[in-house]
Unconditional design. Structure first.
Length: 336
C-alpha cells in the first residue's frame, strides 16, 4: 500500500494531527469497534508501542496506521498513534477503541487511547515522541474539561479488570502480570504526569487559536434546537435539559443529560457491569448484572445512579444500608 494521505491536517497544542479515520477508510474490511463513546469520555489512556524504522517520506505513526488498515495490528484499534514528528488519528472521539484489554470496561468504552511510539533506548527521538504524547494528552484532557486525575495507563485498566483497589495513580503503576504498559514511560510516570500538568497549566486548547465554545442541542445537526452557546463547560451542562447534549466546536458530544430515570424504576443491568462505591471513584467494587431498582432516580457525577435490590428499599434511610452502589446509566439495558 502506498503511503497514506490524511483527509485533514490540523495542529493541536503544537502537535501535527493527520486525520485518517478507519470509519472512512476500511478497504480490507477489518473488524471495527461499534460502541459509541459520545457523552461518556472520562479520560485519556496512554500506551507504548515499539519504535520502527520507516522509509523516507513517512513516519512510524503513519506506518502503524497503515498496518492497522492492512489488518496487521490484530484487534488493536486506538484513537491516536504518536511519534517524534506528528500524530495520526485513526478513530473519532465518538467511537470507543480496542486497546485496554478490559472488554466492555471503562478503559475501552470511555477513554481516548494514545499509542506513543518509543524504544527502550529513551534517546532524543523517544523523548520527542513522549513530549508530543504529553502535549496531545493535555489538549484532550482540556477539551473534555478533565484534569490530571483522568490520565490513565493501560495497566490501570488491567488492575481494575482484575479487581484491584487503590487510587488512580496506585492502579496506574501497580504491577500486573498480564502487562506493564506504557512500558517505556512507566519507569518515570511521575515525571510524565508533571509534563502533562505543565501543558495543562500553560493553557493548551482543544482548538488552535480559537476559544472553545460548547453548544447545547438535541443533536449537532439540529441547530434550531440549540438552547445556547457557552464558553464554560459547567454552565453548558447546567443549561442542558433532558434529551439534550453538550457539543464541542467540532460537533463531538461532551455530555448528555441522562436524567430520564425515576425513583423506584426497574433497570436491567448488562453483564459484567462495574459497580462503584461512590459517584467519583474509579475503583470498581465488583461487577454485577441482573435486575435492580433506582434508589432515588437522581443523576450523580459521571452519569452514575444509585441502585438497590428491592423496590421497597428505594428512598429508605439509612442510605448505606439500602444502596447497593453506583452504576453508570449507559449500562442499563431494558428499562422497566
Amino acid at each position: 500500500m502506498a503511503i497514506l494521505r490524511p483527509d485533514a491536517t490540523t495542529t493541536l497544542n503544537g502537535v501535527k494531527i493527520n486525520e485518517y479515520l478507519l470509519t472512512k477508510h476500511n478497504p480490507n474490511h477489518i473488524d471495527m469497534p461499534s460502541v459509541s463513546m459520545a457523552g461518556k469520555i472520562i479520560g485519556v489512556t496512554v500506551h507504548n508501542t515499539d519504535w520502527i524504522s520507516v522509509a523516507s517520506g513517512t513516519t512510524p505513526a503513519e506506518q502503524y496506521t497503515r498496518a492497522t488498515v492492512n489488518n496487521n495490528m490484530k484487534d488493536v484499534r486506538v484513537h491516536y498513534y504518536v511519534d517524534n514528528v506528528c500524530a495520526w488519528q485513526n478513530l473519532p472521539h465518538s467511537l470507543s477503541g480496542w486497546h485496554a484489554a478490559d472488554g466492555s470496561g471503562n478503559g475501552n468504552r470511555r477513554t481516548i487511547a494514545i499509542e506513543c511510539i518509543m524504544s527502550s533506548a529513551y534517546n532524543f527521538t523517544d523523548k520527542k515522541s513522549e513530549d508530543n504524547a504529553a502535549k496531545l494528552t493535555a489538549a484532550l484532557l482540556k477539551q473534555y474539561g478533565l484534569d490530571i486525575n483522568h490520565l490513565y495507563t493501560h495497566t490501570h485498566w488491567l488492575n481494575v479488570r482484575d479487581g484491584r483497589n487503590g487510587t488512580v495513580d496506585q492502579l496506574n503503576t501497580l504491577y500486573n502480570r498480564y502487562k506493564m504498559c506504557p512500558a517505556y514511560i512507566l519507569p518515570h510516570w511521575a515525571e510524565f504526569k508533571k509534563k502533562v500538568q505543565s501543558y495543562l497549566n500553560a493553557g493548551s486548547s482543544a482548538a488552535p487559536s480559537t476559544k472553545q465554545i460548547y453548544r447545547v442541542r438535541k443533536s449537532w445537526a439540529d441547530a434550531k434546537s440549540q438552547l445556547g452557546a457557552y464558553s464554560s463547560l459547567e454552565n453548558a451542562k447546567k443549561a442542558c435539559k433532558v434529551g439534550y447534549s453538550v457539543f464541542d466546536a467540532n460537533g463531538n458530544v461532551i455530555y448528555t443529560n441522562g436524567s430520564k430515570f425515576t425513583k423506584g424504576q426497574k433497570v436491567a443491568i448488562r453483564a459484567n457491569t462495574p459497580l462503584f462505591a461512590s459517584a467519583e471513584t474509579t475503583s470498581v467494587t465488583r461487577r454485577i448484572s441482573g435486575t435492580y431498582y433506582l434508589y432515588d432516580g437522581i443523576a450523580c457525577k459521571n452519569g452514575r445512579y444509585r441502585i438497590t435490590t428491592k423496590p421497597e428499599f428505594c428512598g429508605k434511610a439509612p442510605v448505606g444500608q439500602y444502596v447497593t452502589g453506583y452504576v453508570s446509566w449507559d449500562n442499563f439495558g431494558v428499562i422497566g
